[in-house]
Ligand binder design. Sequence first.
Ligand code: ADP
Length: 727
Amino acid sequence: MEFPLSLKQQSRPAVPWHTALLWSQYATLTLLAALLAWLAGEWTAQREKRIQVDAIHRTIEVQALGLRGTVARYNHIPFVTAQHPDVQALLRAPQDQALVSRVNRLLQEASGRVGANALYLMDAHGKTLAASNWEDGDSFVGQNYGFRPYFKDAMAGRDGFFYAIGNNTRIPGMFISAPVRGDYAPLGVVAIKVSLRDMEDAWRRTKDPVVLADAYGVIFLGSVDAWQYKATRPLSAEALAWIRANRQYGDRLAFEAAPWQQTRVADEASYETRAVVAQRAQPFLALDETLPEFGWTLTVMTDLSPVTWARRTGQALTLLLALVLLLAYKVWQQRARRYSELHRHRSELEKRVAERTAELQEAHAFRKAMGDSLVVGMRARDLQGRILYVNPALCDITGYRADELMGQLPPYAYWHPEDMEKHWQNNDAVLSGRTGMQGFESRIRHRDGHDVHTMVYSAALIDGRGQHSGWMSSVLDISEQKRAEEQLRLQTASMQRTGRLATLGEMASTLAHELGQPLMALVSFSGAAKAFAEQGRALPLRETLADIGTQAQRAADIVARIRGFVRLQTSGFEDCAANALVANVLALLKPEIRQQQARVVTQLHGKLPVIQGDRLLLEQVLLNLLLNALQAMQGMAPADKLLRVETGLDDGLEGEHLFIRVSDRGPGIAAAIQAQLFEPFFTTKPEGLGLGLNICRTTVEAHRGRLVCENHAEGGAVFTVYLPLPV
Ligand code: ADP
């Protein structure tokens, strides 16, 4: 059916539901794998981070300890120095040059011993009276540091602590101060400047950045030069003013933001940051540690790549694992599918086998029932003739059990001993496939000795592969039918006989006809006897009288025979030699033959078997046939009158027969009259009775023979009497 174009265009090929399901399964699995990979990555990263954080913690602890140690090392120096009497004295007499010089040396020595940058003494106004670097060009002596917080703190009676760039040296350092106490108020301040350069150098040697920022977040010390004086957080105006007032970082008044991009997570001390090191932004893990005693913050960073690497490794491994699992799952699924398919195939096969078995059993049962119920005997044989199967009906027909027949090769037990040759012929014909479908009759011998007439039909046995594997024969017991047929034949013959001779008139005619011949002979013989008597010829007279006697006896015999024949008495059957019959009849007809000047040719078979028959009646038949032949040639020239009598054997008609054939060269039998030839009273002759041939046929059939009439190819009629040979 054709759809409208618009409808066709609208319809889109639908994705099969199982493909969609498969894809959704894949999508879910992929999502799951991704989630798992992310989780695993995070877990591994966190774990690695903890390890890194621990390491940073340790670094911070070490660095803080170092810093505190450094401070502690110098912390007491200003205090102790402040206690020195010369120091106290100088504050009271700042003009005393000898004292100045002594204190200068004292400070120089002390500073040299502890390894400080400078150790110096300031008066109550912040003016430096003496300093360890009194000899240097950039000596502190004469400089006023009254603006520095550490000075102010010390003057207020506290210890001072400050980190700043040196006002005239421009060298950064840590300043620690202590007041020089007077009676009522501090007289001045002793301060020590310590460089943290060594520590910084040590930091530079480590690969992880370490920085120290002041209370405002300005980095003043660290392992990365570029970060020096960068602000870790925005500075307030107030803070900037303080730094300026205290000249903490010399002339530097603006502080750029440190090149850090921090990512902090709440509740976590550590944080991630991207920081520019050597002009390259790198990810770091960082941790801050505030040192409250100094108001500083120590920041230690470590490369974040191990964490990133751990995250990626975790993710990759998980993905790999997921992939392996997925593959394993696919393999398992495929195997399971194959197994289930195999299982399904097997159960289907088993089901089919069971079905086939049931079918075969049913077919076998059906065939067995069929074979058992048949009244026709069935026999299957292989190509060599070995019996493979017989049904019960065949066992009944032959009298042998199935197990006795099975496996037998020809000759079989039931073959009739008298028909062995015929059995072999039939057997060869069947096994070579020459019999076709028409079948053949076969007489067999039942086990109990009686004869069974059968009709055998054979067909090729084709096996399941289409191969010719043998022969299947059906064997029909036709004994009963044979008997019935024989009886019917006898009855029919009898009816025909009695029918033909039933009427008195017919009988009288028959008698007249049959007796006509001898009576006519008697008349002619008696005429001859009379002539011989008148002539006084004793010898021919005696011979003629003897002939008269013979003919008279013959007439009497005919009467007796016909009476007996009508009564269906066949007891008169005796041994008859066909050639003798011919000779007798020809002898009887000698006068007629001579008179007609006909030529008689005989061709007699030398080894004819003796048959059973009524000699007289058979002679009568021949006599009739010969007389008819002579009559047929009556008007012809004597040279053309050829009478031919033959005897012989013939197996052309239902078995072997003996035949006596009479041929003439007369006009033959016209086709128009051929059908009526044997009818009683059919004659073409003016004085004919039309009974001769009718009686002949009746007589021959009474001998189980047949009388056949045909025309000779060279002209003339041919009458043949076929008589069965003795069984
Ligand atoms: P009939 O001899 O008394 O006529 P048949 O029964 O012997 O009676 O013969 C019947 C007919 O068959 C004959 O009249 C004749 O026409 C024909 N017939 C018989 N024998 C021959 C023969 N040998 N040749 C030609 N016709 C024959």
